[in-house]
Design a protein around this ligand. Sequence first.
Ligand SMILES: [Zn+2]
Length: 333
Amino acid sequence: MMFKIPVENIIERIKQEKGLSDTEINQMIEKKIEQLSGLVSREGAAHIVANELGVKLFEPVEGRIQIKNVLVGMRKVEVAGKVLQLGTVREFETPDGKQGKVGSLMIGDESDVIRVVLWGSIADKLNEISEGDLIKIENGYVRERNGRKEIHLSDKGNIIINPSDIEIGEVKLPTPEQKKIIELNEGDLNVEIVGTIIQVFDPTFYEVCPVCGKRIKKVEENEGEGFKCNKHGLFKEPSFAYVLNIFVDDGSDIIRCVLFRENATALIGEDVMSYKDGSFDDVKMRLIGTQVKLRGRVVKNLLFDRLEFIVNEVEKKDLSTAEESIAEEEKVE
Ligand SMILES: [Zn+2]
């Protein structure tokens, strides 16, 4: 079985093993294509060159691999990642008249992100998974669609939700796609918009579990009154988190942007928590008119039937400083 390994990776591997230069390896690949009268692709030729040099391109893997190392054609793949986006389960009729089911989700680890497609009864697992969960996937197979790798799971696959033995650091998102607000679509996962803040709402504070940080609701039970986390039990004194909503205008359209916790704090430049019992008006005045670059994803708010931008990175563009430095440059000239 030959895996689809990008030519650059093959060259890199030969470099490491044999200490040849890029130029030398490329010459060998070109020569091989010529020898075979152009009947072989560049990728195929690179495989042959590696083989002739005795460079093993692929060693059978055991256990979990990083997402960037997932290759088209692999089977029995094991990866773990944070859930970035959840799709819904769709039912369909197979050509032989049976009921089929499919669903998908996006996961990411420190190395890359990948779409995971679930076929058959394992698609029901989507109902048990939340965004932000960590999942481990076992026995997947890798396919290519629209030039992108996807991990597919049949009923022979397995998903473990929030396994206790795995930790994932900061997820490495690919470079975001820059878009105008008018061009945003539901499901856009990693996009960047630049616009001006035209409206700011009071932050909303809500109770969260002091241990895991998930939202908790007030309950009255036999155990007494308090806030309950399904995992960590009842708390008399919950912790608080907050969400800040703003409207951003980029000239093409406006959109409501939702900033949770550290992103809200990054935007206003101080801890939003300190405004829990006070007036937010001064901050609002200061923010309106500020230019911001926001990275995030687009979701549909079904209640209001509109698109919203969930921010996961904020970059403030300090216009006054920019204008000042332009003025200074002019002075110098
Ligand atoms: Zn908890």
